[in-house]
Ligand binder design. Sequence first.
Ligand code: SF4
Length: 600
Amino acid sequence: VAKILYDEVPRDADPMGPKNKLVVASGVLTGTFVGAGSKCGFGAISPATNSHADSSVGGHIGPELKFAGYDLIIFDDISPEPVFLFIEDDKVELRSAKHLWGKGSIDTEKQLKEELGEDFEIATIGPAGENGVVFACITHDFGRNAGRCGVGAVMGSKKIKAIAIKGTKSFPIYDLKSLTKQTEAIIQRTKPHPNMAPWQKYGTALFVGWSNDQASFPTRNFQSSYYDQWQTIDGERLVEECRVIDKACFGCWMNCGKYSRAKTRHGDVYIEGPEYETIALIGGSCAMTSIHDVTFANYLCDNLGMDTESGGSVVAFAMECYEKGIITKDDLDGHELRWGNIDDFEFIINKIAYQQGIGKVLAKGTKGAAEILGKDSIKFAMQQKGLESSGYESRWAPSMLLSFMTSDIGAHHNRSWSITVDLELGRDEIKGKAPVVVYLQHIRPIYDTLSICRLFWGELDVMPEEYVESLNYVTGWHTTEDELLKTSEKIWNLTRAHFLKRNGGPGRIHDIPPARYYEEPILDGPAKGKVLSLEKINAMLDEYYEARGWDKNGNPTEELLLDLGMKAVVDDLKEINLLGKPLPDGIPKVRGQKLKPKAM
Ligand code: SF4
C-alpha cells in the first residue's frame, strides 16, 4: 500500500481530489486459519495529515475479499454520482447508492444486508465521510472501524458509499499439513493462557483501570492523566450494564469484541464497543460518568461515520475551548459544551458530521480547528502531524510520547505501544528508550502488513518467529524475521520520505509535540506536577534519529536510503532539495546547538 501511494499519487494531489487513491488491501495471511488472520487495510493520502495513511479493520471483510479472488482494490478518480462497489466472486459492479447516501454507517450496513443477503460482508461510510470530515472512518460489522487518518473522508470524496463482498472461492496453501499442525498446537497452547479469560470477558476495556493506575489515562483533554470517576466507565461497568454478547473477528478464538446496548434518551441503541481507546478519549477525555453515555457516544460516532479516537479528542478539545471562552454559546446556537454532558456531545458531534456552524471548523480536526480558532488553542490540540493522539497521556511516559511524536501517520498507538518500556526503564528516564521505540515501529507494522491481529502476539505470546513459520507454510517462501524487519524498516523510511515530500522538511519540525507536553504540568493524580522540558524532548529525538540512522534534522540520509535499496527515493528527495535540509530559524534547536546537515 505504501509503495502504491508513493508511486502513484502525485505529490501535489489533493487528498480529497480525483488523483488521490483509496487502496483496500488484504494481507498474505488474511483468510487463512493462522490465528486472527482477519484484517483488511485501507490506505490513502490522509486529509488530516496530508501524507501516507493506513488504517485497518478486523471482522470478516478482508477474508471475504480473498475468498472472492482478490488481494486488493484500488479506487481512483471520483464517481459522478454516489455508488457502492458490489463484488460477488467474478461479478464486479459499481451500483447506484443514491438511496443510501445520507444514511448512517450502521443503518447502511443493515439495509445492504437486507437487500443483498446476510452473507455479504459490508464496509460503509456515514454522513461524516460524505461531508469530508477529516477524521471520518470506514465501518464494518456493526461497529468495527478502519478509524484513523480520515480514510472514510477519502472514500466519501470519491462518492463510494459502501463496498459489499461475497466470496465463495478458496485459495491454495503451500504446506497445508504443517500449517494445520502448527495452528492446532498454538490453539491448544493459548487457550489456557492466563490473559485469555480476562480478554474474553472485558476485551480492551480491561485496560481502563490499569491505564488510570499508571497515570496515563487522558482526562479532560489531557489536562490530567488520572480520572477519579474511572470506575463509572471501566470494563466491569461495560460487562455488567451494557454487554449483550461477545464477538470475534474471522479466525479468532479470543473474541474480545463486546456487542453492547446503551440506554439513551432516544431509547436503546446497539453497537460493538466501546473499546479502551474509545473509553479513554470519549470517557476520560470528555469526562463522562456513565458507561451508557460512552457507549451511546460510540454509537453516534460510528453511525455518523467518525473515528471515536479523533472524534472524542475533537469534542474534548472543543469542551476545553468552551471552558476557556474560545468557543462561546453564540458559536453553539445557544447550546453549551460541558464536560461529561452526553446531550452536549450529541449536539456537537452532529454539527461536525454535517459541517454546520462551529462544526465546520471542528471537522478539520484539532490541528485544523486550532489554526482557525487561534488564542493559543494549538497548545492543547492533542495531535501529532494532524492526527489526534491515542488514549495515553504521556508526560510521565516519555517513550510513549516519543512513539506518538515520531509515528509516520501521526499519533497512533498501533505503530509503537511503548508505555511498558517506560515502566521497565523508569518513568522519568529518557535515555535508552529510542532504540526500543524504533524496534517496535518495525515489528508492529509487520502484523498490519501480514494483516493479522497483533493481540495474539501482545497478549497470548504467539511469537514473531511463529508467524514467520506460518508465512512460509502459506507461501512456500523461506523468509526470516530479519528479512521482515528489514522490509518494515524500508516501509518506514518510505512513508517518512513521503511525509517530507508532501509537507516539506526538515523532519524534526513535524516531530515536536503540542506545547501542553512541555509547558503544563499534569494537574493531579499520581503524576501531578510531571512535565517534560523541550530540551528533554529534543534529546529523545536526537537519540531516536541516531538509532534510525537519520541526520540530526530528522531526515533519512542518502547512505541509509541507498543501503535499503531506495535509490528512487534519494533522487526524489534530491530533486526537491529535501535531503539534509537544515532546520529553519525559529524552530526549537537541540540543546541550543546549531544543527548542520550530515555530510552526504
Ligand atoms: Fe478481533 Fe479481538 Fe480477535 Fe483481535 S483478538 S481478531 S480484535 S476479536
